[in-house]
Design a protein around this ligand. Structure first.
Ligand code: ZN
Length: 194
């Protein structure tokens, strides 16, 4: 028998795995670029040990009513009000009380708004979100530490109440027990965790 055949088999298998991984990353990139739809937000939720992480990716207009740079006093005030609401994240993402989740970090990044207006100490260059065609996004990260993560049943998402611009929010959820997707609307704004 030809001893090279198994090696070739392994190589072609590896090539197949690599090309499907490449395809996956291309698809992921394409999805990221299609994310900017006014009224629609994207929320990634992950529970890992005691850490609950949420990442909100939203057109800025949903949160603040505009997407240009905040230059006027009125626009700057609006940006600061938005940041204040988001930084008060425990009232935006209401977790099951018995899980005792405490907010441990918030990071707000937008290409259109100066970091200082968002309450960020150091200037962070927004990753991959260039302000093009007059559109801009908000990338917001929230972390909570939950004393009893196994008791976390749901998260009530108050973004629809806090901001006027959301019609729907696409949720991707990953926990040790399950992963899935959900679409939140103003009348169905809870995420079931377990
Ligand atoms: Zn836009």
């Amino acid at each position: 028998m030809n001893s090279r055949t198994p090696t070739f088999g392994k190589l072609s298998k590896l090539a197949a795995v690599l090309s499907s991984a490449l395809l996956l990353s291309v698809v992921t990139l394409a999805t990221a670029h299609e994310a900017h739809v006014h009224g629609v937000g994207k929320l990634d939720v992950a529970l890992d040990g005691k850490t609950l992480s949420l990442h909100l990716d939203s057109p800025l207009v949903n949160l603040i009513g505009f997407e240009h740079a905040a230059k006027s006093a009125k626009d700057k005030q609006a940006a600061q009000d938005m940041a204040k609401t988001l930084r008060n994240a425990a009232t935006v993402f209401v977790t099951t009380p018995s899980a005792e989740c405490k907010l441990s970090g918030v990071q707000l990044v937008s290409a259109a708004i100066e970091p200082a207006l968002l309450g960020e100490a150091a200037a962070k260059k927004p990753a991959g979100h260039e302000d093009h065609d007059g559109h801009a996004d908000m990338d917001a990260d929230f972390s909570f530490q939950c004393a009893y993560p196994e008791r976390l049943q749901r998260i009530d998402v108050k973004l629809f109440d806090a901001f006027k611009g959301f019609n729907s929010i696409d949720v991707q959820l990953v926990t040790p027990k399950r992963q899935g997707a959900a679409k939140l609307t103003p009348t169905a704004a809870s995420i079931t965790i377990q």
